[in-house]
Design a protein around this ligand. Sequence first.
Ligand code: KG4
Ligand code: ZN
Length: 338
Amino acid sequence: MLVLGLETSCDDTGVAVFDTSQGLLAHRLYSQTRLHAEYGGVVPELASRDHIRKLLPLIREVLLEAGVAPSGLQGLAYTTGPGLAGALLVGAAVGRSLAYAWGIPAIGVHHMEGHLLAPMLEPEPPAFPFLALLVSGGHTLLVDVQGVGQYRILGESVDDAVGEAFDKTAKLLGLGYPGGPEIAKAAEHGTPGRFKFPRPMTDRPGLDFSFSGLKTAALLASQQHALDARTIGDIALAFQDAAIDTLAIKCARALDDTGHKRLVVAGGVGANRALRARLTQLGVERHAEIFYPRPQFCTDNGAMIAYAGAMRLQAGEHEGLGFGARPRWGLTDLSPPH
Ligand code: KG4
Ligand code: ZN
């Protein structure tokens, strides 16, 4: 089944064509980073308008690259939520209209299910069931995954998402947006041990996370020292170490508690090299296999939406002619394809 996937939930316009027998045929991403950089974060209205400008040209390019005519498509998937309402509506309106015009079924996809299934696009995908660590700008989740649509949340952040903490810490250090890659870059020049930040909620039982205290620790350090390049690197390193340690401690605990032998790591923060190294090490210690999407598919992309949509369309699931956006939408509201 040939499926076109559209992702417009935040500041990336992603388009891909996925074939259930041949795999991914083409994918492209247009990142709005430069548009939002001068504001230090995503401006929702600008994001919506830019999706309108970029989506159709990108769809044309991807279809051309895949060598697929619209008449060859058998389904269309777009992100329904969670995300920015206006941005989501652009993808939903364009996706639903094209599917109607082309006479093919359409399906709205949950953005986090897209992230969660992204490792399925890799040459050696994980088998179900598995444990998933979903770490993005809006979510920090530990999920027990029994199959597509069968999700149980084991732990989540009680305050900031880890990606959000990376972004806010980068901002207070005067680094660019998005903050995750900037912190990672600055941390490469950091001196280990100069600052030591807390590992929130690791000293008590449970699998929930908290990242706002860590952000405050970085804020205090930045106020107490002159922010020269060396200190910025040292604070970035201490922050990144503490965030990664916290995630790894909870992953270890979740593997022990559930008995899972497979851990999937996905979402934007999953692109972080130090996190990947740390979790790979954890896998060795716990005799667990760790699965990541390629870094490009950790952050937002159309391929994961095409894949997640294809799994549901293939089972015969599809939407009516109406469309909408679900800016807030829990992963556990999903059910298996039907
Ligand atoms: O999944 P994603 O692209 O969008 C959301 O669904 O939120 O995740 C974006 C988040 C941002 O907070 C960004 O700073 C973070 O992922 N991120 C990283 C890295 N690359 C992206 N965080 C740490 N290290 C990275 N290399
Ligand atoms: Zn995302």
